[in-house]
Design a binder for this molecule. Structure first.
Ligand SMILES: *Cc1c(COP(=O)(O)O)cnc(C)c1O
Length: 833
C-alpha cells in the first residue's frame, strides 16, 4: 500500500517555539539535571520544578475530598477531574462527543482494560494481531486471545493483512489489532494510517475489528491528533510526557464502546446498585463510559496534578510540535555524529539499529531514540554492561538490555525464537550481565531524548564514546613488562593488611606487629557478616549504598567482640557484638540462631543468620537510611556442603565470596577438616585480594598526567579494597618500581615460614572503586583511567585474587600457628614461566 506521508514533513529546529532557549529552561526548571547527562527519557522524562511547585500550591490551598459524594470537598475533586479530563481530550484533539477518556494507572493498565473487556464481550473470545515492534505489555495480550493470535513481522505484513485478509474475511468474531505508534526500542514511528485503513477494510464486509494504538512512547516527544488518526483505543502514560504525575489513560472512540458492554468485573464507583447476598444481581452505571470503567476511587490527586503539569509544559515548550521538532533536530545531530565515529582502521564504532523505513531528521518516521552497540577496531562487540558501568561513573544515564521490546530487539540483533528459548535454558535472563553470546550481543544500548535535552547532553555522550571507545591507533599488542634478571631476586613486603568483617563495609586494618591467621577461606574474620535489606533479604552493597564505606568494624580478639563504628569522628556511634555464636551475654544485643533468613546475595539464595535485635537493625538502618540488619554467614559445619554448586563463569564471579565461610572464635568447634579435599568447591573461591602499591602509584601517575580539571585526583590504595597490599623493597639506587608485575605472579612466599599463597586470577573491577573509602563519596576515578589502561577482553582488571595453597591447607592440623601473616613480612613472588 502506498505511503501517504504529507508532502512537506515538519521542519526540525533547535528549541524553536520554546519560551526561552533550552539551556535557560534547564537552569531554571531542571536543577536535578545539572550534574548529570540524563538520556533515558523513553523510560521517563523529568518533571519541571514549576510543576511540582504549582501542584504543591494547589494541594495546600484546596481541600480535596474523595469524589463520588456531595460534600464541598468532594465536589471540588469531581469538578477538577472533569475539567482535566476534557483538557486532556483537547490536548489530543479528540472531540468529547466522539471520545471518552478513562483514567488508569499507566499505559499497561489501559491495554489490560481493553484486553479483559474484549475477552468478556463474546463467549468465543477474540483474535489478536500485533506488530513485531510491540512493547512487552502489548505482546502479553495474546495470552488471553482464545481465538488465536498472530505477530505481524513488519509493516508490509500489516499492509497485506489489511488488504488481503481483513478485506475478504467473513468472520464476525471480535478481532483486535494493536501496535505501538513509536517503537520504544529505536524510536521508529509507525504508520498512523492503519487505524483508519483497518476500519474501512472491516466496514466492507462487516468484520468486528478494533484497533488499539499504544501511544506511550510516541507521546513523550510528539503531538497526536486523534481526530485524524482515530484509533478505537489509545493507551498512554502521562509521566512519559510530563515527567509527573504517575498516571495513565485509555482514550476510547465512543463508537467502539460496545466492547465494554459485557465487562464482568465491577467495583465501587462503576455500579448503581448491588445486591450483595441472595440472588446475584447488580445494576451497572449507564452514564458515561468512563464512569462505567473507572473502578474504585480515582487517583484524583494525580489527576489534579495533571493540570499543573500541562500548564507548565505549555508555558515552557509551547506545543508538542515544538518538542517534536527540537528532539528530532537533536536526534539527527546525535545520529550524524555517532555514525561517523570510526577507529584508526576506519571501521565504525557505533552499530546503530536504524530501521530502513525511518530517517533521522524526519519527525514523521523517526522519534528521538537511538539503539546501538559498540564495536572495537577488531570488529568485536563491546559488552553493554561494561559500557553501562563506565557511563555510570561518568554520570551518563542510559538504558541497556532488551528494553521491554522483545520483538524489536530480537529482530535487530538477529536472535530467533528457538535460539532465545535455548539461551533461557542455559540460564540467560533479560537484564542479566550476559552481554555477548556466540559472538552476538544479547541487548542494546538505548539513548532517548526529551523536551529539555540540550546540545550539551549530546556532546557529553558523543565525547564519552569518543574518549573511551574510539581507538585512534592499533591496539598495542600487550607486550608483557620484561622480567629482568634482577627482578627475580627482588623482594616485596606487606605494606598493609585489611579484612572486611562486614561485606561491603569499611576495612579493619590489622595493627602493625600483630600476626593474623590465613585460612583456606581467606584472612581470619574477612567477610564473616553482611547487611541485609529487611524487606527483600538482599545483601546490601557499597555500589548502591556508598555510605557503607563509613561503617567501620574492628575486631577485638582479647575481648571477643566486633566493634562497629558508624560515621565520622565527631558524631560517630558504635555498637559491640560478640564474636561468638552462642554467647549472647557479652553483647549489647542478641544473636538469634533461629532466625535463619533465606537471603539473596548476588542473586542466589543463601541461608543467613540475621540478628533479630531491634538495637542492631536500628543501628545500621538509621545510619544508612535503609531498613536493614546485620546477618552472619552460616557456620561452615552446618551449611558448607549443602549449598548449590554450579560452575558457570558468571556464577564463579558472582559467588566467589559466598562459599567462603567465616572464621571462628577460638572456643568454637574447629571447622571441617577436609576442605582441602573439595577441589570443586575451592575452585570457586577467591579468598584473598592482593594489590600492589607500585600499581596504585602508576594509576595515580596516569590520572595526574591526564590532568583533567576538577574531578581527577589521586586515589588511595584503599579504594581497591585489597586484603594484602604489597610494596617493593627498592634496595639499589636506580631501582624503579614495576607496576603490574603482579600480573605475572604465580604464587607468593610470605614471611620467615615462607607461607605459600597461590595467585588465582585477576580481579575484575566495577565502578565501586570510585567510592572514596573515607568520605563515602562517589567520583569518576580511578575507574575511568583503569578503563583506558587496564582493559583485557573488555574487562577492567586490577589486583590479583589469591588463596592459601592447597599444600599449606593440607598441613592444616600440623602447624596452624605458622599460617599467619604480618605487616612488614617479606614477600617473595614466583613468576609464571
Ligand atoms: C512505556 C511503554 C509502555 C508501558 O508503559 P507503562 O507506563 O509502563 O504502563 C507501553 N508501550 C510503550 C511503547 C512504551 O514505551
Amino acid at each position: 500500500m502506498a505511503q501517504t506521508h504529507t508532502p512537506n514533513p515538519p521542519q526540525i529546529a533547535y528549541c524553536q517555539g520554546y519560551s526561552v532557549d533550552v539551556d535557560t529552561i534547564r537552569e531554571q526548571e531542571y536543577p536535578l539535571l545539572n550534574e548529570t547527562t540524563y538520556l533515558d527519557h523513553a523510560g521517563t522524562t523529568i518533571y519541571a520544578k514549576s510543576t511540582i511547585e504549582a501542584f504543591s500550591r494547589d494541594m495546600t490551598s484546596n481541600l480535596f475530598g474523595n469524589p463520588h459524594s456531595m460534600s464541598q470537598s468532594s465536589q471540588l475533586s469531581t469538578q477538577r477531574t472533569d475539567d482535566v479530563r476534557l483538557r486532556v481530550l483537547r490536548f489530543f484533539n479528540a472531540d468529547p462527543e466522539e471520545y471518552d477518556l478513562v483514567f488508569v494507572a499507566n499505559a499497561t493498565a489501559a491495554i489490560k482494560l481493553v484486553t479483559d473487556s474484549i475477552r468478556d464481550s463474546d463467549h468465543r473470545g477474540f483474535w489478536y494481531g500485533y506488530h513485531i515492534d510491540a512493547h512487552t505489555s502489548l505482546v502479553g495480550v495474546r495470552e488471553v486471545a482464545e481465538l488465536g493470535h498472530e505477530c505481524l513481522q513488519g509493516d508490509d505484513k500489516v499492509d497485506s493483512w489489511i488488504s488481503e485478509e481483513l478485506a475478504i474475511s467473513q468472520t464476525k468474531v471480535p478481532q483486535l489489532f494493536a501496535y505501538p505508534a513509536q517503537s520504544n526500542l529505536n524510536g521508529r514511528r509507525l504508520p498512523l494510517r492503519w487505524c483508519k485503513e483497518i476500519r474501512s477494510a472491516a466496514a466492507t464486509n462487516g468484520a468486528n475489528v478494533f484497533t488499539l494504538l499504544d501511544a506511550a512512547s510516541l507521546l513523550s516527544t510528539s503531538p497526536l491528533d486523534l481526530s485524524a488518526v482515530a484509533p478505537d483505543f489509545t493507551a498512554l502514560s502521562f509521566y512519559k510526557i510530563f515527567g509527573f504525575p504517575d498516571l495513565g489513560a485509555l482514550i476510547v472512540r465512543k463508537s467502539a464502546a460496545r466492547v465494554f458492554d459485557r465487562r464482568k468485573y465491577f467495583g465501587g464507583g462503576t455500579v448503581d446498585i448491588v445486591v450483595a447476598a441472595g440472588p446475584q444481581w447488580h445494576a451497572k452505571k449507564e452514564t458515561s463510559l468512563h464512569e462505567r470503567l473507572e473502578d474504585g476511587t480515582l487517583p484524583f490527586h494525580n489527576i489534579i496534578a495533571l493540570d499543573a503539569a500541562m500548564d507548565t509544559h505549555e508555558r515552557l515548550y509551547g506545543s508538542m510540535a515544538n518538542v517534536s521538532s527540537h528532539t528530532a533536530f537533536l536526534a539527527k545531530h546525535l545520529y550524524d555524529r555517532l555514525s561517523v565515529l570510526s577507529h584508526w582502521n576506519e571501521t565504525h564504532v557505533c552499530h546503530i539499529y536504524q530501521p530502513s523505513s525511518a530517517t533521522f531528521g524526519c519527525s514523521l518516521t523517526q522519534g528521538p531514540i537511538l539503539a546501538f552497540n559498540l564495536k572495537n577496531s577488531q570488529g568485536e562487540w563491546i559488552a553493554k554492561t561494561e559500557v553501562e558501568k563506565l557511563a555510570t561513573v561518568q554520570n551518563i544515564q542510559i538504558r541497556t538490555g532488551s528494553v521491554c521490546n522483545p520483538g524489536g530487539t530480537a529482530t535487530s540483533l538477529g536472535w530467533t525464537g528457538t535460539k532465545m528459548r535455548h539461551l533461557y535454558t542455559t540460564g540467560f535472563r533479560c537484564g542479566d550481565d550476559t552481554d555477548i553470546v556466540e559472538g552476538r550481543p544479547t541487548g542494546v544500548l538505548r539513548v532517548s531524548l526529551g523536551a529539555m535535552t540540550n546540545m550539551k547532553d549530546i556532546d557529553s555522550l558523543v565525547n564519552f564514546i569518543a574518549e573511551f571507545y574510539v581507538e585512534n591507533a592499533p591496539p598495542v599488542v600487550s607486550v608483557d613488562p620484561p622480567i629482568e634478571n634482577n627482578t627475580l631476586g627482588r623482594h616485596f613486603y606487606i605494606e598493609s593488611l585489611s579484612v572486611f568483617p562486614i561485606k561491603s563495609c569499611g576495612a579493619f586494618k590489622i595493627p602493625e606487629g600483630k600476626r593474623w591467621e590465613v585460612k583456606r577461606e581467606g584472612l581470619a574474620w574477612d567477610r564473616e557478616w553482611c547487611l541485609i535489606h529487611q524487606g527483600t533479604g538482599a545483601a546490601l552493597n557499597q555500589k548502591r549504598y556508598p555510605r557503607m564505606a563509613l561503617i567501620r568494624p574492628s575486631i577485638d580478639l582479647d575481648r571477643g567482640i566486633l566493634r562497629i563504628t558508624c560515621g565520622v569522628m565527631t558524631d560517630s556511634v558504635s555498637l559491640e557484638i560478640s564474636l561468638g555464636w552462642e554467647d549472647t551475654t557479652l553483647i549489647s544485643t542478641s544473636l538469634c540462631p533461629n532466625t535463619t533468613k533465606r537471603s539473596m546475595v548476588c542473586g542466589d539464595q543463601v541461608a543467613l543468620h540475621a540478628y533479630a535485635s531491634p538495637v542492631v537493625s536500628a543501628f545500621f538502618s538509621d545510619f544508612l537510611g535503609v531498613p536493614c540488619t546485620l546477618a552472619r554467614f552460616p557456620s561452615q559445619t552446618a551449611d558448607r556442603f549443602s549449598r548449590p554448586i554450579r560452575m558457570s563463569s558468571t556464577w564463579k564471579n558472582k559467588f566467589r565470596k559466598l562459599l567462603m565461610p567465616g572464621s571462628y572464635p577460638p572456643d568454637f568447634p574447629p571447622p571441617v577438616r577436609d576442605i582441602g579435599r573439595n577441589p570443586l568447591l575451592l575452585s570457586n573461591e577467591m579468598p584473598i585480594l592482593v594489590v600492589s602499591r607500585s600499581s596504585v602509584n602508576r594509576v595515580n601517575e596516569t590520572i595526574k598526567a591526564q590532568g583533567k580539571q576538577g574531578a581527577s585526583k589521586a586515589v588511595s590504595a584503599d579504594v581497591f579494597r585489597g586484603n594484602i597490599v604489597v610494596a617493593e623493597r627498592l634496595v639499589q639506587m636506580g631501582d624503579a618500581e614495576q607496576p603490574y608485575i603482579e600480573d605475572h605472579w604465580s604464587s607468593l612466599r610470605i614471611g620467615s615460614d615462607l607461607l605459600r599463597i597461590d595467585v588465582l586470577e585477576a580481579c575484575q573491577r566495577c565502578q565501586m572503586v570510585c567510592i572514596d573509602q573515607f568520605t563515602g563519596q562517589r567520583r569518576d576515578e580511578p575507574f575511568s583511567t583503569l578503563a583506558k589502561t587496564r582493559k583485557v577482553d573488555g574487562k577492567v582488571n586490577f589486583g590479583q585474587y589469591a588463596a592459601l595453597s592447597i599444600e599449606e591447607a593440607e598441613t592444616f592440623s600440623d602447624s596452624p600457628d605458622h599460617r599467619t601473616v604480618m605487616v612488614g613480612d617479606v614477600v617473595i613472588p614466583q613468576y609464571e614461566n
